[in-house]
Design a binder for this molecule. Structure first.
Ligand SMILES: *[C@@H]1O[C@H](CO)[C@@H](O)[C@H](O)[C@H]1NC(C)=O
Ligand SMILES: *[C@@H]1O[C@H](CO)[C@@H](O)[C@H](O)[C@H]1NC(C)=O
Ligand SMILES: *[C@@H]1O[C@H](CO)[C@@H](O)[C@H](O)[C@H]1NC(C)=O
Ligand SMILES: *[C@@H]1O[C@H](CO)[C@@H](O)[C@H](O)[C@H]1NC(C)=O
Ligand SMILES: *[C@@H]1O[C@H](CO)[C@@H](O)[C@H](O)[C@H]1NC(C)=O
Ligand SMILES: [Cu+2]
Length: 551
């Protein structure tokens, strides 16, 4: 009796003795047996699928189990994916209140983007593996060890959109065949494909967690016209040079900010990621941060974003995270204007004992029980990982499209490259929209502006290699090319419904032409070297409906 009274008194004072039960679910990554001496690698979804067997069976079945879990369970698919945007409610007793601006937990359009999404994917992965372990324990004796081992080695797979430029084939069919336990054996059965769609629980649509989807779509939808997924998604993906963009970001960015968040010189990782959100599901929920996370493409996409960041960290350990403070945008539990530093909490993600995770504490993947190909840190030096990551990036993403210039014998070849530097204040455009650049009528580049963040400056350096290759300009001198480009660059801003935005209402829009000499690498463990660049003002035409004006 006395003990119970004491416990109640403690609770009333807010200093709970039973901290474990009231603590948020800790994000630690999947626990790994320290005796193993290594950690499993996250796999390419296409490899996981084609290898099949126990890992694939468990991945599909664990994902289905998460989707089937009750929407009130903090570890259900609904609640975990719901952390990102809607519903705008507190997750797992982690504290804080809804902010007046953007009210989801995820930060976009600020340096926290990369570090916040790392523990987010880890949380998903932990719960996925915990489901897989339970499922594995139900396989018959003869197979159990194999399945249990596969569960322990399972990690969140990634979708390498820069290498493939197509949606993962595994996300296309409505059903999928996997092996279920059947008496003492296995039975191959068809099951609804959890990578195809997520069905929104009826209670959610009925408003139990507040306003959810104004269109009340009962499930996540991609490319709505019948039969257009994956065809339309794949043609969207092919319309942007993702491979070139990520290769430029890896090889040209000189600091974390330029690589991951915002850059004049390249398309940053976050901006590239925005394009995928638009293209992969032809708009729909996947392009709006409030509902995007419910599409099963989301964790595949963000595991890849995390992977590309991890490679950058191996290449530039001195620039692995941002190291300054800035005024952040609004998020759940964090009002707009809060001073954000690498030590700010990545709400709602906590280590054990309610210790907030921060950009500093998530900077290394070593802390989370997973790794990626070539980043086998338990058996490689940092120098070896850097070299191996360079070779991998050259192999997967080097495009080599730019034509070689004749160079003196023994000198590495040089090429001149052109970039369109685009600046725009997001507050001036209706979102989501696309900023499309045309050169003499040919598509030269395109950027996606998502709903979030709602304001702030967007900048990017769009490479013009492809459009120049296809024109007479590839044979011209730099001055001739600049003259040819001058006055023929057109900008069209298009909304999701296909209508255009009047550019006279977007006074912040500015496009400059940059030309830069690039020295090509002579070995596969080297990157190109960018020389001094020249920026020039070129006349830009803009088009809205049928009228063309020169600015
Ligand atoms: C957080 O989630 C875990 C896992 O479901 C649960 O055990 C715990 O009670 C939850 N904590 C709070 C405060 O909701
Ligand atoms: C990152 O590099 C770019 C390009 O060199 C530079 O303009 C920018 O100021 C740098 N940012 C930081 C935070 O160092
Ligand atoms: C951030 O890192 C850069 C490069 O290492 C360094 O020059 C700069 O002083 C650092 N800034 C802060 C605030 O620590
Ligand atoms: C190219 O143009 C720049 C200025 O626009 C000029 O300084 C330079 O001399 C020109 N180069 C050639 C080769 O004509
Ligand atoms: C572009 O054309 C305009 C108008 O003809 C001219 O004033 C400007 O100097 C040109 N820019 C460059 C970089 O040649
Ligand atoms: Cu995203």
């Amino acid at each position: 009796m006395r003990l119970k009274a004491a416990a109640i008194a403690f609770l009333a004072l807010g200093t709970a003795p039973f901290a474990v039960a009231l603590d948020p679910y800790p994000v630690t990554g999947v626990s790994v047996d320290p005796k193993a001496g290594s950690v499993p690698l996250r796999q390419n979804i296409n490899d996981l699928q084609s290898a099949g067997g126990a890992p694939w069976d468990l991945y599909i079945r664990a994902l289905s189990a998460m989707q089937a879990a009750n929407e009130r369970d903090p570890l259900s698919y609904f609640q975990i994916e719901g952390i990102h945007g809607r519903p705008f409610v507190e997750w797992n007793g982690t504290g804080g209140q809804q902010s007046t601006g953007w009210a989801g937990y995820c930060p976009h359009g600020e340096p926290l983007f990369a570090s916040w999404h790392r523990p987010y994917v880890c949380l998903f992965e932990q719960v996925l593996v915990s489901n897989a372990r339970q499922i594995a324990s139900k396989y018959p004796q003869k197979y159990r060890q194999q399945y249990e081992q596969a569960a322990n080695n399972l990690r969140a797979p990634y979708w390498d959109w820069a290498a493939d430029s197509t949606v993962p084939p595994a996300t296309v069919p409505t059903t999928v065949e996997v092996n279920f336990p059947n008496g003492q054996g296995l039975q191959r059965r068809s099951t609804p494909n959890p990578l195809y769609t997520y069905k929104i629980p009826p209670a959610v649509l009925n408003g139990e967690f507040g306003t959810f989807d104004s269109e009340k779509r009962p499930e996540t939808i991609r490319c709505p016209a019948p039969g257009t997924y994956p065809a339309t998604a794949n043609s969207n993906l092919a319309s942007r040079p993702y491979k070139q963009w990520i290769y430029d970001a890896f090889t040209r960015a000189t600091n974390f900010t330029d690589f991951a968040y915002m850059s004049n010189n390249v398309v940053s990782l976050e901006q590239i990621h925005n394009g995928i959100h638009w293209d992969a599901a032809c708009g729909q929920q996947f392009v709006s941060p409030d509902l995007a996370a419910f599409d099963p493409l989301f964790m595949l996409h963000h595991a890849n974003v995390d992977r590309l960041w991890a490679y950058w960290q191996a290449l530039r350990p001195d620039q692995d995270i941002f190291n300054y403070s800035y005024k952040g945008l609004s998020r759940f539990a964090t009002p707009g204007g809060t001073l954000i530093s690498p030590r700010s909490p990545l709400t709602p993600f906590f280590a054990p004992h309610r210790v907030p995770l921060t950009t500093e504490s998530v900077r290394s993947i070593k802390s989370f029980g997973y790794s990626y190909q070539e980043l086998e840190y338990w058996k490689k030096s940092p120098a070896q990982m850097k070299q191996d990551a360079t070779v991998l990036i050259n192999r997967l993403y080097s495009t080599g499209s730019a034509s070689r210039r004749s160079s003196p014998r023994g000198q590495p070849p040089q090429v001149r490259r052109y970039f369109a530097q685009v600046h725009l204040d997001r507050a001036e455009v209706e979102k989501p929209c696309q900023v499309n650049l045309y050169l003499d009528g040919n598509k030269a580049g395109s950027l996606v502006v998502m709903n979030q963040p709602a304001d702030g400056v967007l900048t990017a350096g769009l490479p013009l290699d492809e459009v120049i290759q296809q024109s007479d300009m590839h044979a011209m001198s730099a001055n001739e090319t600049v003259n040819a480009i001058n006055g023929t660059l057109t900008v069209v801003i298009v909304k999701a419904d296909g209508s255009t935005i009047d550019i006279t209402k977007v006074p912040s829009l500015k496009v400059d032409l940059e030309d830069v000499m690039v020295t090509k690498p002579v070995a596969d463990d080297q990157f190109p070297k960018f020389g001094a660049s020249r920026l020039r003002n070129v006349g830009v035409k803009h088009r809205h409906s049928l009228i063309e004006t020169v600015i």
